[in-house]
Design a protein around this ligand. Structure first.
Ligand SMILES: *Cc1c(COP(=O)(O)O)cnc(C)c1O
Length: 442
């Protein structure tokens, strides 16, 4: 089937086609160009080179506000999941809007402290393998909450807190044993996964924790996985958490916080007609139903849903080639710049920066220069015909894009730009070969 390729235009202010206007003249004959807010992507590609990550600050704001609005009827804090995109300027933007942060390493904590020290009191620390050094740093920063994932970790935390003569606020991350329809690598809420404490064993552990004067039992946390686009599994998980909270309250614990984790997915294929507010409201609906009867402060840890659609990866076509019947576009970005297609076989829409005027299209593989057959962005994709030198935008690349980038094949990582309205800010310069070599000895 040759479905006409309709490049995505429905996500303004970011990543929509617009006619280029020069001064007071609108060039009627000119083609439309993909813009990020008011900035044509071709212009910034020329100025900053490719591959290049571009983020829209307006889109980030809009998405964060949608969460805040959907949860306005319950005391809540949005703790943006730093691992989705940890650029300091992105963290600052979110911090200035009152966001808290979910960190999974000492490095991520340090990033938050660098840009928004007061946000420490809104930081939750997650992860199955926190080291004592990381715990010490988090205790010294007086973070809000440790999401503890095992009994051994609980005692390690108590030891660290004792040494610093502090009380650590803890939640146990429970594993609710609910399946979520997502890629197996990013599903986390089943007993077979390494995450959390089986919910049936949690009560016993809470009793033990409350016996330590260096631990302050404060909450229950859950996170069932990532890129989950149906809201029901979240409802199921939080229902089980709410039942546990009832029991814990009856046991005499003071449960102030319920941390619902992150994981709300995004529409990578651009098929859904649901708008953001409706979607986040549906999510809020299933979370709030079981929580309403409890007097708790809700913590949310969205990552992808905040930053994913707010970013794109710009890349230029280097070569067209044909192997037998297979057509390839070799582009200047590769799996080291964006790993999701290679790692999860993830789908990302790819659109030309110059809006195609004809309807002609072809089936191609979009691949990078790296020496692996797994280095692709799309396979068998119906795309408008692109020539060598043309610019393409890989959409929804804001989350787990740059965050997963590496130097494989000794490729320097891309630059990152933050656009707001007409303003363009370089928020990370392109790496140089010297940056790669600096930490090595000969
Ligand atoms: C990865 C992660 C998140 C964020 O997940 P998204 O799918 O990006 O929303 C939140 N909480 C925890 C504990 C995580 O590991």
């Amino acid at each position: 089937m040759k479905r006409a390729v309709q490049p995505q235009t429905g996500r303004p202010p970011a990543f929509a086609y617009r006619q280029l206007s020069t001064g007071i003249f609108r060039l009627r004959s000119a083609q439309s160009l993909l813009h990020c807010d008011s900035v044509p992507l071709s212009r910034i590609a020329e100025r900053f080179g490719t591959p290049l990550y571009v983020y829209s600050a307006s889109a980030v704001r809009e998405r964060l506000r949608a969460f805040d609005r959907a949860f306005r009827n319950i005391p809540h804090t949005i703790c943006y999941s730093v691992k989705a995109n940890s650029n300091l300027s992105i963290l600052r933007l979110l911090g200035k809007m009152g966001c808290g942060f979910d960190v999974v390493s000492g490095g991520e904590l340090e990033r938050v402290l660098r840009v928004e020290k007061p946000a420490a009191k809104k930081v939750v620390f997650s992860g199955v393998g926190k080291t004592s050094e990381e715990m010490n740093a988090a205790l010294k920063a007086r973070i809000l909450l440790f999401n503890v994932e095992s009994e051994s970790e609980l005692w390690m935390l108590a030891e660290c807190a004792a040494r610093l003569r502090q009380r650590a606020r803890v939640a146990l991350r429970v594993n609710p044993d609910v399946p979520a329809d997502t890629h197996p690598y990013i599903s986390t809420g089943l007993h077979e996964h390494k995450f959390g404490i089986p919910i049936r064993e949690a009560r016993k552990l809470y009793a033990q924790a409350s016996g330590s004067k260096y631990l302050q039992v404060s909450g229950v946390s859950v996170h069932i996985g990532s890129q989950i686009t149906e809201v029901e599994p979240f409802g199921q998980a939080i229902g089980r958490v709410a039942d546990l909270v009832d029991q814990l309250l009856a046991d005499g614990h003071n449960i102030e916080y319920v941390d619902a984790g992150g994981g709300l997915g995004i529409d990578y294929k651009g098929h859904s007609s649901r708008n953001l507010s409706e979607y986040v409201s549906a999510y809020a609906g299933v979370l709030l139903r079981p929580l309403r009867r409890l007097k708790v402060h809700l913590l949310l840890e969205p990552g992808r849903c905040i930053i994913g659609p707010a970013g794109a990866l710009l890349t230029r076509v280097l070569y067209r080639k044909t192997n037998g019947k297979r057509k390839f576009l070799v582009v200047d970005a590769a799996m080291n710049d964006m790993l999701r297609p290679s790692l999860y076989n993830a789908y990302h829409q790819i659109v030309p920066v110059r809006e195609p005027t004809e309807r002609s299209s072809e089936t191609v593989d979009v691949v990078g220069p790296i020496c692996e057959s797994g280095d692709f962005f799309a396979r068998n994709r119906q795309l408008p015909i692109a020539n060598e030198g043309d610019l393409l935008a890989i959409l929804d690349a804001g989350a787990y894009g740059m965050a997963l980038a590496s130097n494989y094949n000794s490729r320097p990582r891309p630059a990152e730009l933050l656009v707001e309205g007409k303003s363009v800010k370089l928020i990370r310069r392109r790496e140089r070969i010297e940056d790669l070599l600096r930490s090595e000895m000969t």
